[in-house]
Design a protein around this ligand. Structure first.
Ligand code: GUN
Length: 281
C-alpha cells in the first residue's frame, strides 16, 4: 500500500490563514507584528531561505526587515546590530540566518538575541525552557514536524520515535518535543553503528541528516510515519530529502515529500512564533 502524503504546503496554508487574521487583529491595535532577519555573507541557500521568510511575513501582514551584511562584517558590529533590534519596539522577533562566517562565534551571537525575541528558539535560555518542559519558543522545524503529526491525529503518546540527526537546530529539540508528547525517543547520530536496527523499530521516524537516501525502504517499519527534514539535490539538480521517497512510500503509512513537506512548515512556525511574541507584548 502506498503511504498517505502529509502536505506541508496545505497545512501551512491553513496555519498561515490563522496567523494572518491574528496579525490583522494586532495591527488594528497598533501592534503590527515585526520580524527582523539578518543575513551575513552570500551563502546561496541562505539567500533563498531568508527571501522566503521575509516574503511569508509580508504575505501575512507582518512588518519585516531584512538586514544583509557582507561576509567581512565583524562580530562586534553584528552584536551591535542585534542590540539595536533588541531595543526596537517594532521588532518582536529576531532571526540570524545560520551558518555564519567562520570568524563569527554563532553561539555568542545567538546568546546576544533577547530571549523573548528569539523566534528561532535557539537561545540557551529557550533550549533550557524546552528541556524542562516549559517552552517559550519551540525551534521552527521540529515544531512544524509536531504540527504535521497533530494534523493526522497521530497518537504520539507511547509511540516509538526515532530521530536521525542530533543537531541543536533540529535533532535535539525534536527529541525533546517528542519526549514531552509522551513518545519513547531514540536519537541516532553520525556514529550510530547499525542505523537500520533503530529505524526499523520506529513508529515515528524523523530524518534530519543532510545525507540523501540515508533511509531506504528496508529500514522502515511497515505503516510508520516518516518525516523528512532533508534538503538535498539529486543528480539532476532537483530538490530531494534524506529519505528514498520513491521506495519508502511503498512501506510507510504516512510520509512527507520534499519539496512541499517539512520545508514550508519551518517558515510557517517562524510566523507562529513571531505572532505569539507579538501577542505577549
Ligand atoms: N539555518 C538553517 N535552518 C535555520 C533555521 O531554522 N534558523 C536559522 N536562523 N538559520 C537556519
Amino acid at each position: 500500500m502506498t503511504a498517505h502524503i502529509i502536505s506541508g504546503t496545505q497545512l501551512s496554508q491553513q496555519i498561515r490563514a490563522d496567523v494572518t487574521q491574528r496579525a490583522a487583529a494586532l495591527s488594528a491595535q497598533g501592534k503590527q507584528p515585526g520580524l527582523a532577519v539578518i543575513l551575513v555573507g552570500e551563502n546561496p541557500a541562505s539567500q533563498v531561505y531568508v527571501r522566503n521568510k521575509v516574503k511569508a511575513c509580508e504575505d501575512c501582514g507582518f512588518y519585516s526587515v531584512l538586514e544583509k551584511y557582507e561576509a567581512e562584517l565583524s562580530e562586534a558590529a553584528l552584536l551591535a546590530h542585534i542590540d539595536r533590534l533588541n531595543q526596537d519596539p517594532k521588532i518582536n522577533g529576531i532571526l540570524v540566518q545560520l551558518p555564519l562566517p567562520a570568524h563569527i562565534d554563532a553561539n555568542k551571537v545567538i546568546e546576544a538575541i533577547a530571549a523573548d525575541k528569539d523566534v528561532d528558539g535557539f537561545h540557551i535560555s529557550n533550549a533550557g525552557l524546552l528541556m524542562t518542559g516549559q517552552p517559550l519558543f519551540r525551534p521552527c522545524t521540529p515544531y512544524g514536524v509536531m504540527k504535521m503529526l497533530e494534523s493526522i491525529n497521530y497518537p504520539v503518546r507511547g509511540a516509538n520515535a526515532v530521530v536521525v540527526g542530533a543537531s541543536n537546530i533540529v535533532g535535539k529539540p525534536q527529541a525533546m518535543l517528542l519526549l514531552q508528547a509522551g513518545a519513547t525517543v531514540t536519537i541516532c547520530n553520525s556514529k550510530t553503528r547499525d542505523l537500520g536496527y533503530h529505524t526499523r523499530n520506529a513508529d515515528i521516524l524523523v530524518v534530519a541528516t543532510g545525507k540523501r537516501n540515508i533511509v531506504t525502504a528496508d529500514m522502515v517499519k511497515p505503516g510508520a510515519v516518516v518525516l523528512d527534514v532533508g534538503m538535498n539535490r539529486d543528480d539532476e539538480g532537483k530538490l530531494c530529502g534524506d529519505v528514498d521517497f520513491a521506495n519508502v512510500k511503498e512501506v510507510a503509512g504516512y510520509i512527507t515529500p520534499v519539496p512541499g513537506g517539512v520545508g514550508p512548515m519551518t517558515i510557517t512556525m517562524l510566523l507562529v512564533n513571531t505572532i505569539e511574541a507579538a501577542e505577549r507584548t
